[in-house]
Ligand binder design. Structure first.
Ligand code: SF4
Ligand code: SF4
Length: 535
């Protein structure tokens, strides 16, 4: 057995020796050995409450079982999680917790991912000696804009209260009444409406807190989880996309210590809804004589765009070809737009700003685009929208390629005037916007959840966006059409898949040139300190 030091402690759990940093509790020490010590109230990112008693373990030389969450590993300690004494204690706790529980798993949204259900199966006896009347509570309490509370399923673990006290510091929730009538609720005049309220449902170990926008929509065992990142702001929180039948039903947080710990904001959680509400662009469009748009083959769009951009560059000079890039686009897409503009002889690339509110102390960023850093680093963004609109109005720009931005919808009359001064407008987008409708050529792009891509967050961390849905109709990630058109203007061969596209884009940016997609893994890589923060 290794010796303990002031920094490291060696102990024995279920006959296996383990050395852990001093201060580690027994739940975490056992976890390093792959031993599960069941618990409800303990959460590694919250303070210790020690109220559920489920993690009782048998420690040699201690007459009574101890709770593993608040017991620190000590040198030479001998812990048993499967002795008769520990097993009996857990069975007692399970029976006790279920006395007033309604056992309504068949109609509970948490079923399939409920820790109470799982632990009852693994650690309970399957029976109850209680023959009295269960205490009843309200089962449908509206706590706030996104959360519903079922008082009968709650096991009073207080995780939700500690989350609001210690993580968001908003203090909406408390415990009220006493004994078996104890109940969770909001303080008078308060609602559970902080920007991260959905996280209370994530950490609730039972089906007491559920998210209104998801409850009763899907059984969780039908959902496939795709490990991706949120595109709602410059943080790039790590998330799972819960997908079934070609649709995202929910977004839940995925742990990444370096980015979002275990949390996401409510706006990001519900950000998938916009993709289901907007009118999708599925086919290539071209303008017709009457001003309306008509469908054409995507390949015809490539030909038409290449021919027109080439002609304008010959007639007015390559510098009259410009682009609008986007912080909503991926690194590969931004690099693709830069390549096309440069192939046509231009260099001017504007980046619209999408800021709202303020950065908060936890996760939320006021930059509502996921990849502003990439737009500058790989996309060559070099001017403001105001500068670009002025250049169009005075005839310095005659052809414009727009990537994932609706500049006509957002810049109003000034942009409409600029449109009138352009000889050619091409837009690449996933939805039908005012800019798409006014374009000479519009090409359909895949949306969030349908494509691979990389984003660089505000910390300089590059992370992968992953697909779980089939791309809509004839849509593609934008690097494909942009490089198809660039190749017709003398550019290099078009990458065949995402990995090739990433390698191509990365090779053009010194900060990224050492990277390949497998190295980014599920947690991304910091460009400042590449070895840091894997998970
Ligand atoms: S609502 Fe859920 S998280 Fe809150 S105390 Fe009850 S069981 Fe725990
Ligand atoms: S903080 Fe930003 S990245 Fe994180 S979930 Fe919210 S919107 Fe998405």
């Amino acid at each position: 057995m290794a010796d303990s030091t002031p920094e490291q402690v060696t102990l024995t759990i279920d006959s296996q020796s383990v050395t852990v940093p001093a201060g580690t509790n027994l739940i975490e020490a056992a976890r390093t050995l792959g031993i599960e010590i069941p618990h409800f109230c303990y959460h590694p990112r919250l303070s210790i409450a020690g109220n559920c008693r489920m993690c009782l373990v048998d420690i040699e030389k201690m007459p009574k079982n101890q709770i593993a969450c608040s017991t620190k590993a000590a040198p030479g300690m001998i812990v048993r999680t499967r002795s008769d004494k520990a097993v009996k204690a857990r069975q007692g706790v399970m029976e006790f917790l279920l006395i007033n529980h309604p056992l309504d798993c068949p109609i509970c949204d948490q079923a399939g991912e409920c820790v109470l259900q799982d632990f009852s199966y693994h650690y309970g006896t399957g029976g109850s000696r209680f023959e009295g009347q269960k205490v009843h509570h309200d089962k449908n309490v509206d706590l706030g804009p996104h959360i519903v509370f079922d008082g009968e399923r709650c096991i009073k673990c207080t995780r939700c209260i500690r989350f609001c006290d210690e993580v968001t510091h908003t203090h909406e929730l408390g415990l009220f009444s006493r004994g078996d009538h104890t109940i969770i609720g909001t303080f008078p005049g308060k609602e559970l409406d902080n920007a991260y309220s959905g996280c209370t449902a994530d950490i609730c170990p039972v089906g007491a807190l559920t998210v209104k926008e998801f409850r009763f929509k899907q059984r969780v065992w039908f959902l496939r989880n795709t490990a991706s990142i949120c595109a709602g702001c410059a943080r790039g929180c790590n998330v799972n996309l819960g997908i079934n039948e070609e649709r995202i039903w929910r977004i839940t947080p995925r742990d990444n210590d370096a980015v979002n710990q275990s949390w996401i904001c409510d706006e990001g959680r519900l950000s998938f809804q916009i993709y289901q509400q907007a009118e999708r662009l599925g086919r290539a469009l071209t303008s017709s004589a009457g001003g309306a748009t008509k469908e054409m083959l995507v390949a015809s769009g490539y030909e038409q765009a290449a021919a027109t951009l080439g002609e304008i560059a010959r007639k007015h000079g390559g510098a009259t070809v410009a682009g609008i890039t986007s912080g909503h686009a991926t690194v590969e897409e931004q690099a693709g737009l830069k390549e096309l503009i440069e192939r046509a002889g231009g260099s001017r690339i504007a980046l619209p700003v999408h800021e709202r509110g303020d950065d908060d102390a936890l996760l939320i960023r006021r930059d509502k685009t996921a990849n502003t850093v990439g737009a500058r680093l790989a996309g060559g963004a070099n001017c403001t929208m105001e500068d670009l609109l002025t250049a169009i109005k005075i005839g310095k720009v005659r052809a414009l390629v727009v990537l994932r931005e609706d500049f006509l919808g957002e810049f109003g009359a000034e942009a409409m005037t600029a449109r009138g001064a352009l000889d050619f407008l091409m837009t690449l987008d996933w939805r039908v916007t005012a800019t798409v409708k006014a374009s000479d050529v519009a090409l359909p792009l895949s949306a969030y959840g349908e494509m691979d891509g990389s984003f660089i967050n505000f910390q300089g961390r590059i992370q992968l966006l992953r697909p779980g849905l089939t791309p809509y109709e004839e849509s593609d990630p934008a690097w494909k059409p942009l490089l198809e058109i660039a190749s017709r203007l003398g550019g290099a061969a078009v990458p065949k898949n995402f990995r090739e596209a990433f390698r191509w884009a990365a090779s053009r940016v010194p900060e990224l040139s050492h990277l390949d997609t497998p190295a980014l893994g599920k947690f991304g890589v910091s460009l400042e300190s590449p070895a840091s923060g894997q998970g």
